[in-house]
Design a protein around this ligand. Structure first.
Ligand SMILES: [Fe+2]
Ligand SMILES: [Fe+2]
Length: 289
């Protein structure tokens, strides 16, 4: 495959939707249906976004120079979307802090991990970014495809997660295409080896850190020990089983010929057309007025 035949759909548009969530009222502490484990895992994910997404932007931007015009345009859409996501998750994290959670341990963990990765060559950072972007894209797919994941969640906060998911699907090929372009002179096997090795490392860290982060937040809610572990594992792996349900899509990353757009899931964006077009927020503003 060459940089000129990238399988990202030609008619894909990466549209930053500058939306704001939850600015009018406090978010309830257990915003996810009153459930400690559900709130904890989403809060643990959110704690990583402002730091993580700034890192994604920095990693991809390092290769913007010399990128073909279409890719350069996609990088622009991607960086704008991620910057707005960071702003909204930063605001969300502040609301979680206002509700009494201390996210500092979780944020420190992300910073530590990224400090190690940043000390590696820029191409390794693109590899880590595309691995994590695959994670966010398959999580986003699952979140939009299966309403059970946000069942019972406070509506405005559920909207924030759906809005983020829509844009993660839209820009899911950008880090990957940046990698394909940057490594276009590499032998196939070397490309696959680096990509696979980095994905395995990223996956281990992702599972260990998000689980530890969620357990830490559950501890802050007074749920500890075996009970905490059982609740969280059941939620992630049994029902609604977000982690189990992305396992197949995760595995596909290692197949020869993998590309994030081999699965065109843009129909999921249409399911949230109100969010996508911003009409929902306009309606809310009108109602409030
Ligand atoms: Fe994002
Ligand atoms: Fe992203």
């Amino acid at each position: 495959m060459t940089a000129t035949t990238l399988p990202t759909p030609a008619d894909l548009s990466i549209t930053p939707r500058d939306r704001r969530f939850g600015r009018d009222a406090a978010t309830p502490r257990l915003w996810h249906g009153g459930r400690v484990e559900a709130t904890a895992i989403y809060n643990a994910l959110s704690a990583t976004f402002p730091i993580g997404e700034a890192y994604f932007v920095e990693s991809v931007r390092a290769f913007r120079e010399g990128a073909p015009p279409k890719l350069a345009e996609e990088i622009k859409g991607f960086t704008t979307q991620e910057a707005i996501h960071s702003r909204e998750h930063d605001a969300f994290n502040k609301r979680a802090a206002n509700a009494g959670y201390d996210l500092s341990k979780l944020e420190e963990r992300v910073s530590e991990r990224l400090a190690i990765t940043r000390s590696r060559p820029p191409i390794v950072n693109v590899a880590a970014t595309m691995a994590l972007e695959h994670f966010t894209a398959i999580l986003a797919h699952q979140l939009l495809a299966n309403p059970r994941h946000l069942e019972g969640a406070e509506p405005e906060t559920a909207d924030l997660w759906r809005w983020h998911a829509v844009e993660e699907i839209e820009h899911k090929g950008v880090a990957y295409d940046t990698w394909l372009h940057a490594t276009r002179g590499w032998p196939r096997y070397k490309r696959w080896r680096v990509k696979a090795k980095v994905m395995l490392l990223v996956t281990r860290n992702f599972l260990v850190d998000r689980t530890a982060g969620a357990l830490e937040l559950m501890r802050q809610d007074g749920v500890t020990g075996l009970k905490a572990w059982w609740l969280l594992m059941t939620y992630l792996w049994v029902r609604p089983a977000m982690f189990r349900k992305i396992a197949g899509a995760w595995l596909s990353y290692f197949l020869p010929g993998f590309h994030p757009w081999n699965v065109d899931d843009r129909h999921l964006l249409g399911a949230y057309a109100a969010i996508a077009s911003g009409t929902e927020s306009t309606r809310k503003v009108r109602r409030a007025a």
